[in-house]
Design a protein around this ligand. Structure first.
Ligand code: PEP
Ligand code: MG
Length: 592
């Protein structure tokens, strides 16, 4: 790919996380405020600065009224009423007087004065042991962020619901919940300054088939609204003002991809079996009940991972037992007789509920996450367990626990499950009494006790995204250390092998549902290590099936034997890539 060619073309490089090419004008979303600039004013500037503050307050008032109008219209008057508290916080005379006094007395700029005063009040309110006042602190911070964005000339948060025309989004970051809400008709693709391939934002982009590049560094600072760009989600680049030559080359790349897709579509109803007759269970990862359609159309054998968190985020209240049961049942009914593995709630890490007051943690991925959260918030957990049990009366439902570090958590979760079963029995509600319970293997300690876990579980599912993060001590969200996040690290391959062996010794199957399962270059390695099932985002499933059908298990086993005695991650990666490219060259024609 050219680095620059004709005048005006510029390339920003990042990490490709969701395949595809798109082009169009961009919309740049503001970066969250980090340090607020402090500036000493000349005496002659003071009046103008107070005036600028007044204008920003006025504009913010209009912004809030507009949001209130939209929320009232789309959600309801009660929800719209929430913004009355924001208006009150904005118009609080004590805050405004103090900020104005500070600008005049200390001769400092409006944003610094406003930030200082608002933060002082927010901290004071937040420290009071009263839920109402603590909420006012949150309101004040939200409003202060809006005022500061106005003063600094930035957009407040992503309002992606009212895009006038299709565009590409450039942002410092996007949360998984924002990504889940993107309108595919309007958002052609996105690029972020930070992030990595296994962040849930990237995973979501792949599921939604939105081309995306992350880890672009300072794209949100150097790019401007309206810039015309081409986004390459295969190779991880954004090309600003692409030249005619570049557009031509990408036109050819897209045509090659389209013809591969046609070939892959023909595989839909064919089995995932190797050339030497070894059947592989190939299933799909989903995030919402609506994704069941994509599972069928991609030719997957059911769902290997249903990430239930997305039923909980982007809403104001927790979903009820009935609402959850309906969503799980919908998927089970649509896919029967194929299995649907429902994973219990994995909140925390990079996925949070807006309405649940979860304290900010220093290390959220090592903190109050997944099964740890559920075993303490038992009311939320029991509601979900009951919902899954109720759904298990339909189709072929299985359930698994995330973030298991040892036997104790499985025992505690199972004990709660038994009480839920007893309740439902007493209520006369039908459920599958033999519901298969699996364990996710994504913490190294779980691998080390895999033999004990295998005696309790009906199946294992290896969450390689977390297993790699926790065993290599590499934050899966951090683009600065993304080069250290190595799926082919010898330690990871040995952990997978130990898990597969323990599973097989106890007569249970082992699946991989992390992003490793969706990379066709790694398919030979995983099969050679003894993995029985691969579960990937629906758009990735056809390519994995194609590879499986062109591979011999014996070749995969030879590769795995080599990998298990090799000391170098890059060497293992090169060997598995060579094998994958040799058996299915057409899958890897995505570079220029
Ligand atoms: C994993 O960790 O590999 C996994 C599948 O779970 P998640 O990505 O949701 O943490
Ligand atoms: Mg995980």
């Amino acid at each position: 790919m050219p680095d620059t060619s004709q005048a005006g073309e510029r390339i920003l490089r990042g990490i490709a996380v969701s395949a595809g090419v798109c082009r169009g004008k961009i919309l740049v979303l503001g970066k969250p405020q980090t340090g607020i600039p402090k500036r000493q004013l000349a005496p002659a500037e003071i009046a103008g600065e107070v005036n600028r503050l007044g204008q920003a307050l006025n504009q913010t008032r209009h912004d809030i009224l507009e949001v209130q109008r939209q929320v009232t219209e789309r959600v309801g008057p009660a929800e719209g009423g929430i913004f009355d508290a924001h208006l009150l916080a904005l118009e609080d005379p004590a805050v405004i007087d103090e900020v104005t006094g500070m600008i005049e007395r200390e001769r400092i700029n409006a944003e610094f004065a406003f930030h200082t005063v608002a933060e002082k009040y927010a901290v004071a309110l937040g420290a009071i042991a009263d839920d109402y006042l603590r909420e006012r602190a949150t309101d004040l911070r939200d409003v202060a962020a809006r005022v500061l964005n106005r003063l600094l000339g930035q957009r407040h948060g992503p309002d992606l619901h009212h895009l006038a025309e299709p565009c590409l989004i450039i942002s410092h970051d996007l949360t998984p919940s924002t990504t889940a809400q993107l309108d595919k008709q309007k958002v052609l693709g996105f690029g972020t300054d930070v992030g990595s391939p296994t962040s849930h934002t990237a995973i979501m982009a792949r599921s939604m088939r939105i081309p995306a590049v992350v880890g672009l560094g300072n794209a949100s600072e150097v790019l401007r609204d309206g810039d015309y760009v081409l986004l390459d989600g295969f190779n991880g680049a954004i090309i600003v003002n692409p030249s005619d030559q570049t557009l031509f080359e990408y036109g050819q790349l897209v045509r090659r991809q389209d013809s591969i897709q046609v070939k892959l579509r023909d595989l839909k109803d064919l089995p995932a079996v190797t050339l030497d007759g070894h059947p592989v269970i190939l299933s799909a990862n989903i995030e919402q009940a609506e994704d069941a359609v994509a599972v069928t159309s991609c030719g997957a054998h059911g769902v290997g991972l249903f990430r239930t968190e997305y039923l909980f985020i982007n809403r104001d209240e927790l979903p009820t037992e009935a609402q959850q049961a309906a969503a799980y049942r919908e998927v089970a009914a649509a896919l029967q007789p194929h299995p649907v593995v429902i994973r219990t709630l994995d909140l925390g890490g990079d996925k949070f509920l807006t309405h649940l007051q979860v304290p900010k943690e220093m290390n959220p991925f090592l903190g109050w996450r997944a099964i740890r959260f559920c075993l303490q918030e038992t009311a939320i957990f029991r509601t979900q367990l009951r919902a899954i049990l109720r759904a298990s009366a339909t189709g072929n439902v299985k359930m698994m626990y995330p973030m298991i570090s040892g036997l104790d958590e499985v025992n505690q979760a199972n004990a709660l499950l038994e009480t839920c079963k007893a309740e439902l029995r007493a209520e006369g509600v039908p459920f599958d009494a033999g519901l298969a319970i699996g364990v996710m293997i994504e913490i190294p300690s779980a691998v080390m006790v895999a033999d004990a876990l295998a005696r309790r579980a009906k199946f294992f599912s290896i969450g390689t995204n977390d297993l790699i993060q926790y065993s290599l001590a590499v934050d899966r969200m951090n683009e600065k250390i993304a080069h250290l996040y190595e799926p082919t690290h010898p330690a990871i391959l040995r952990l997978i092998k130990i898990t597969a062996d323990a599973a097989h010794q106890h007569g249970i199957k082992v699946s991989v549902c992390g992003e490793m399962a969706g990379d066709p270059a790694l398919t030979p390695l995983l099969l050679g290590l003894g993995v029985d099932e691969l579960s990937a985002a629906p758009p990735l499933v056809p390519a994995i099936k194609f590879l499986i059908r062109h591979l011999k298990l014996t070749e995969a086993q030879e590769l795995a034997a080599f990998a298990l005695q090799c000391e170098s991650a890059p060497e293992i990666l090169a060997r598995t890539r060579t094998l994958a490219r040799a058996v299915a060259p057409s899958l890897f024609q995505n570079t220029l």
